[in-house]
Ligand binder design. Structure first.
Ligand code: FAD
Length: 271
């Protein structure tokens, strides 16, 4: 069994700062981490390695620094790492990102047939949850999104059974592999790398594939291949709540004041 796991490097914050002039993300001075959902995807891939002897390839598209998230995947057991990095890939929206990742996975598949592509449900910066399904479309494979449990794999019949977490119910689905799966955070608790794992990861070879290698039409990648137009991007304003404080003698007055506001706003009814 061969699993490809997609990992994205994201800013270590859910409060990404936006340049109001250019409507782009300000990345300077922000520490970067593996997208949290992708740590669960990597963990799940390594569990398949432990249980079924799966071979795990981690893939990331990003700047040279994104090598760090691939090394993290190696530190807990990924067998091979591929960084898709080229200036021509920069400024990609979800369509162009899926195009590059999809083609790269096809190339990986030519070398060693891929049974499962694992992605996080979404990222904490772009947050669209579109890339996993976009990859599945390009690979022409079944997609199983919002998965919070891998129930079983039938290696003889080449099928996988999973649980999908929907808004008010769960769905249990069995599908023929190859499949693209996006995972929820509840699916597992990622392990910590061991010291030998970290040392191996520091020396692991990260293959870098650029567009000279992938040979994608330049009009389908990066900024040119991105029809998304961002008109305005902003952090929602937070309403400041009222703080009513009072200690000692003032406490009763503070409680009365809070209580009267709650009845005034019809939150508390007095009979
Ligand atoms: C409004 C807006 C403005 C943006 N502006 C910019 C910008 O100015 N500059 C810029 O560089 N980017 C920008 N982006 C981000 C860029 O579009 C996304 O990085 C990219 O298309 C992935 O989309 P996402 O983060 O929503 O991924 P999602 O679809 O939420 O990701 C789902 C899963 O797909 C996989 N995945 C996603 N991206 C990658 C990747 N690169 N490598 C490996 N796996 C991946 C991961 O497993 C991830 O968990 C912007 C995005 C939006 C929505």
């Amino acid at each position: 069994m061969h699993i490809v796991v997609c990992v994205k490097m994201v800013p270590d914050t859910t409060q990404v700062k936006i340049d109001p002039e250019t409507n782009t993300l300000i990345r300077e001075g922000v520490p970067f981490i593996t997208n949290p959902y992708d740590t669960n995807a990597v963990e799940e891939a390594i569990r398949f390695k432990d249980k079924y002897g799966a071979y795990v390839t981690a893939v990331s598209m990003g700047p040279p620094a994104a090598e760090s998230v691939l090394r993290k995947a190696t530190s807990i057991g990924a067998d091979e790492c591929i960084l898709l990095s080229d200036r021509a890939f920069g400024g990609a929206d979800t369509l162009a990102t899926s195009t590059v990742l999809g083609l790269a996975i096809k190339k990986v598949h030519e070398k060693r047939p891929v049974d499962i592509v694992l992605c996080g449900k979404q990222t904490i910066d772009g947050d669209t949850a579109q890339v996993g399904p976009g990859i599945a479309r390009r690979l022409d494979s079944t997609q199983l999104t919002l998965v919070d449990e891998m129930i079983s794999v039938d290696e003889e019949n080449n099928t996988i059974r999973v649980r999908r977490k929907l808004e008010s119910y769960y769905e249990i689905i069995e599908a023929k592999m190859p499949v693209m799966i996006t995972v929820e955070r509840e699916i597992n608790t990622p392990r910590y790398p061991t010291v030998p794992g970290r040392l191996d990861a520091a020396e692991a070879k990260v293959q870098v594939w650029d567009n000279n290698f992938l040979k994608l039409d330049p009009t389908t990648i990066g900024l040119m291949g991105s029809p998304t137009q961002v008109r305005r991007i902003f952090a929602p304003e937070r309403e400041q709540g009222e703080v009513i404080s009072g200690e000692g003698d003032q406490m009763q007055a503070a409680v009365d004041s809070a209580f009267s506001k709650l009845t005034e706003w019809d939150i508390v009814k007095v009979n």
